[in-house]
Every structure is written in C-alpha cells, then in structure tokens.
Design a protein around this ligand. Structure first.
Ligand code: ZN
Length: 157
C-alpha cells in the first residue's frame, strides 16, 4: 500500500474512532447483542431496529473499544441502515474475507460501494489480532439478529 493511502485510511479510522456515528443505545431496539474481544479489551453492544420487511431501519452501538473496533462499529451502523438482511449478510461475508485476505469469494448481492468504504479497515489483514477488532461489530450484529446474548471473539476461528 502507498504511504499516502495508508495515511488517508488512518485518518478515516481515527475520525470514526474519535467521533463515532450512531453511538448510544436505541430507545426501542428489536434486536440487541453484546460482543467481547478479550484479546484487545473491546466490549460493545449493538442495537438494531428491523422494519416489517426485514430491512435494517436503524442501527446503533455503544461500549468501549480501540480505534479500530470503534471505527468498524461506527461504519457498520452507518452502512447497514436501509439494507435488507441478505445484503447485510453478504457484506459481512465479503468484509470478513477482505480482513482475512481472502478477497476472491465475493457474494453476488454484495454492495460494492459499501465494500469500498470498508476498504479502509482492510489493513488489519497484516495484523491477525486486529482482525478481531475490525469484525467484532459485525459478529455482534449477527448475534443480535440470531436472538441476542453475548458473543466473544474467543469462539471465532
Ligand atoms: Zn481492539
């Protein structure tokens, strides 16, 4: 990666880390889950409101985490708003592949613009421990959709 691109990515991550979007609980979420990343100490909650058609109407998060996990949660809550669940799922599959350096298997229905925005976090693939920081919000969001509770990155492969 070129240094100026790396700086730009760094700037976006720091900005989201310092001024997270959609931060704070939702008054009446339809889905909630808690996510822990013990390796780093990241601990977040994800709040979702789904509409009658199964689209994400609203998404928020709160908790404490490093700049990467906070930036990832901030971007995720922004990006999934308005999306149907199958697209959200496809995006997570593609994002997870990007973070772990397996970019070849992209689902058909993935939103390429959204994936491009998430590219700023793809630098974590060089730092395996940081992959868990970047994917924590997504694992937590998935847990919320599957009925809530707590998810821990310790159980991730
Ligand atoms: Zn972290």
């Amino acid at each position: 990666m070129f240094d100026d691109l790396r700086d730009l990515y760094q700037e976006v991550i720091l900005d989201h880390g310092k001024h997270p979007r959609n931060f704070g609980p939702l008054a009446a979420p339809t889905h909630v889950a808690h996510g822990d990343n013990p390796m780093c100490g990241d601990s977040i909650n994800v709040y979702l409101v789904l509409d009658d058609e199964g689209r994400v109407k609203d998404a928020h998060f709160d908790g404490k985490g490093c700049a990467i996990s906070t930036a990832s949660a901030s971007m995720m809550t922004d990006i999934i708003k308005g999306k149907p669940l199958d697209e959200v799922q496809a995006l997570f599959t593609a994002f997870h592949a990007m973070c772990t350096g397996k970019e070849e298997e992209l689902p058909d229905n993935v939103d390429h613009d959204a994936l491009e925005r998430l590219q700023v976090l793809s630098g974590v693939k060089e730092f395996p421990m940081r992959v868990k920081c970047a994917t924590l919000a997504w694992h937590t969001m998935t847990a919320a959709l599957e009925g809530g509770g707590t998810v821990s990155t310790e159980e991730d492969e």
